[in-house]
Design a protein around this ligand. Sequence first.
Ligand SMILES: NC(=O)c1ccc[n+]([C@@H]2O[C@H](COP(=O)([O-])OP(=O)(O)OC[C@H]3O[C@@H](n4cnc5c(N)ncnc54)[C@H](OP(=O)(O)O)[C@@H]3O)[C@@H](O)[C@H]2O)c1
Length: 284
Amino acid sequence: MGTMALAIEGRPASRNQAIETIHAALDAGVRYLDTAWSYYLPSRPGTGEPEDMGYGEYLVRDALATWHGPKDEVLVATKTGWLRTLDGQGRYGWQADARPETMIANAKESARRLGVDALDLLYSHCNDPQVPYEDQMGALKQLVDEGVAKAVGISRIDNEDIETAHRILGPSLVAVQNQFSPVHRDPEHTMETCERLGLAFVCWSPLGGFLDPFNEHLFDRFREVAELHGCSYQRVTLAWELAQYGRLFTIPSARNPQEIRDSFQATELTLTKDEIAYLDGAAR
Ligand SMILES: NC(=O)c1ccc[n+]([C@@H]2O[C@H](COP(=O)([O-])OP(=O)(O)OC[C@H]3O[C@@H](n4cnc5c(N)ncnc54)[C@H](OP(=O)(O)O)[C@@H]3O)[C@@H](O)[C@H]2O)c1
């Protein structure tokens, strides 16, 4: 489960509802929670100090602390190297800052916020064009060597970046998190590179996301197949994604318990070969 929609613009007004949503996910069987250092809302123009910083990570920490299930089964992933921004007109945005010193300081802060000695999985959130990627990967390596992160991943990157990261990080690199959905079908085939290197592929915005508008017709065939199965097209979309690659994980957001319960049932929906081929051929 992705927890971004519970922490940034559009998040539920009630923090309790957000916690109930995470509990519903865990109760259903979700064992991967995805957060980031940058899942918060700056309260003043700039990259923004104050009161809201850490909102997303504290939410995950508190949801886990108050859940009565097997906490040690749950993998919590966070990300470093990206900040939120707020401009003078009240619009939120994002800004890379993957200087090694920022990545390292923020990852240590993430561990403190999440209340763990070592992060289960730490991603570099993006490739910051201002910093050589080798240096960004060097920061991740240092964090593994110092025991701040048990394993690392990379996000928003191309095939060349994956090769660079793999060379520098070796076996501590376990996952690539890139956009993948009917809206964005991994045009650079980074999933194939993951398959060749034995890395997990984690799809962000697996339902097309909620921040930017997209062409709803891209889901037309998913709606048709969903009607045959008597379920939501979101569930069919996630099942289609899971069928792409054995080490693929989807991390859908949800803002209420019903949605995440519905999405999780994708793990039990088996699509036929013909259905998958039909969905593969949907308009791009
Ligand atoms: N690495 C990166 O740079 C990056 C970038 C983006 C996202 N992510 C990660 O990916 C995760 C998911 O991406 P996302 O939040 O952009 O969007 P998403 O999962 O593609 O879409 C989520 C939206 O779809 C709706 N939804 C979810 N399940 C549903 C269901 N079963 N039935 C009906 N509607 C459903 C919800 O919207 P409503 O509440 O409006 O119904 C939800 O907010 C994030 O939480 C984050 O962890 C990472």
